[in-house]
Design a protein. Structure first.
Ligand code: ADP
Length: 207
């Protein structure tokens, strides 16, 4: 078996990052795609030059790094600008993912931890299986508020993302995060069995 690539997503506060680390303890190799998004926009990153050429030096800070609040201010209210930014960063992130996949031994199970899997084409054609973490909205808002956001911010962020129904249409497997952390561990045990089974090619049918 070659590497088997799982896309893992879920709305903000769903417990996606927690599930990724639980899968890591069971043997999955995790690639943090949000982190790669930051990496490609660093001064030596794959997308930095194109971003500066497109948006101008006004989005570059004194230290040469991107002024993220300035860039966010531009793309937040302008879907075309966001589309342009994604068109520069997403192929760069895909290239970083592929570079990492090449270093892994055959038979690895890789999890792409990716917030925008449903909302974008990021990783499309790379992942072979999609796992969605689902949690009830009240629990999600609670967790987001504990990170320091206001309830209004939490609701605005949730509204800007795909809905659970949209995620379900692309899911191969749903991990419910509806109870305590030890219940989530049990749900991840079951998910890990299903992922390993999906990763194992079926034996040829007997004649
Ligand atoms: P996401 O990546 O989906 O935004 P996280 O996995 O970072 O969410 O979870 C946010 C916080 O909530 C973390 O501190 C995590 O430990 C906690 N958390 C997640 N699920 C549960 C749960 N079922 N019970 C208690 N705490 C949880």
């Amino acid at each position: 078996m070659a590497v088997f690539v799982v896309g893992l997503t879920g709305g903000i506060g769903s417990g996606k990052t927690t599930v990724a680390s639980m899968l890591a303890t069971r043997g999955a190799h995790i690639i943090d795609c949000d982190g790669l998004g930051r990496l490609v926009a660093e001064p030596h990153g794959r997308a930095y030059g194109a971003i500066v050429a497109h948006f101008g030096h006004g989005i570059v800070g004194a230290d040469g790094r991107l002024d993220r609040p300035a860039l966010a201010g531009i793309v937040f209210s302008d879907p075309d600008a966001l589309g342009a930014l994604n068109a520069m960063t997403h192929p760069a992130i895909d290239a970083e993912i592929l570079e990492r996949l090449r270093t892994l031994p055959d038979d690895s199970i890789v999890v792409l931890d990716m917030a925008v899997l449903t909302e974008s084409q990021l990783g499309a054609g790379i992942y072979q299986y999609v796992v969605v973490v689902e949690a009830d909205p009240v629990g999600r808002i609670d967790r987001i508020i504990r990170r320091g956001l206001t309830e209004a911010d939490a609701r605005a962020r949730m509204a800007s993302q795909a809905t659970d129904d949209q995620r379900r249409t692309i899911a191969d497997l749903i991990v419910p995060n509806t109870g305590a952390l030890d219940e989530l561990e049990r749900a991840v045990d079951i998910a890990w069995i299903a992922i390993r089974r999906a990763a194992t090619p079926a034996a040829p049918a007997p004649d």
